[in-house]
Design a protein around this ligand. Sequence first.
Ligand SMILES: NC(=O)c1ccc[n+]([C@@H]2O[C@H](COP(=O)([O-])OP(=O)(O)OC[C@H]3O[C@@H](n4cnc5c(N)ncnc54)[C@H](OP(=O)(O)O)[C@@H]3O)[C@@H](O)[C@H]2O)c1
Length: 307
Amino acid sequence: MKAVQVRQWGGIDAAVVEDVERPQPAAGEVLIRVKATSINPLDWSIREGYLQEYVSLPYLLGSDVSGDIEALGEGVEGLQIGMPIYGMKGLRGGGFAEYTTMLPTELAAKPHSLSYKEAAAVPHAALTAWQSLNDIAELQTGQKILIHAAAGGVGHYAVQFAKLKGAYVIGTGSAKNEAFVRGLGADEFIDYPNVPFESVVNDMDVVFDTVGYDTTVRSCGVLKSGGTLVCIVTPPPPEVAAQHNVVVKFYGAHPDSAQLKDIAALIDAGKITPSISQVLQLDQVHEALQLSQGRHVRGKLVMSLEA
Ligand SMILES: NC(=O)c1ccc[n+]([C@@H]2O[C@H](COP(=O)([O-])OP(=O)(O)OC[C@H]3O[C@@H](n4cnc5c(N)ncnc54)[C@H](OP(=O)(O)O)[C@@H]3O)[C@@H](O)[C@H]2O)c1
């Protein structure tokens, strides 16, 4: 089968579409015929070797999966061959492939209202936003939240989840994304290349920082005392957080079948909508990863494994 393999850490050429052996589901796993996948910054971060502490070579890239269950490993209950699913593999990788094995805890039934391509745009980014806002920030109705990179893969779900929660949402993005972010439900938009966010925002209950570095540090100053900064890229220096008396939660998302089921229900009820900026084919993986690494994709980039 075709899969995207990394044999040595590096730049764009380090991710190679190769013929590899089709995996077999071990006990407790299922085999998925992958129909579509999507790009996450995690994919090129792994390829570059930034996560060598957690993964080893050779490595099959790809966290997101949508497709059909092709076979069941020994002992798997409650899932059927042929069932359309979507899911997140995270650091386990292997989603950029015609077949991959998954644990039942990594997947749920695909939202009925979405195509496979649309469903592939959901798991990793939406679970990150869901867990960051609900489990980590414990965002409450009526709270004010600043969401950085509101037009991005994670950000565009975060805006929608925060509005569903009844929060007051301020999103950052560049001017070309203002209509998009407001269309997701944001109450205010900050054109960050032209307006420093700290010049127009203060007293936030929560900041969800999906940008990192300087943005993380500056975010500490726009929270109210005791406010919560959830960061998923870099944590701020502890002394900066202490100076502003803010609670910092540096977070890494994980697969969660029950949450995927809840998100699918919201999607099927028309309350959450994935946005896809482009669909590419698996053999365009270099172009797809390069686009993502440019850091200005709106919504999600999907790769199809169907003709
Ligand atoms: N810890 C975890 O579990 C976890 C999980 C998922 C993602 N992440 C990390 O979170 C980050 C975001 O992921 P993603 O999938 O959302 O990325 P993404 O889709 O590639 O984000 C692209 C978006 O970022 C915006 N952007 C770029 N620089 C910005 C800035 N300085 N201020 C505001 N917006 C900016 C762009 O908007 P404009 O074009 O308008 O600039 C674009 O829409 C990545 O670094 C990723 O590795 C971590």
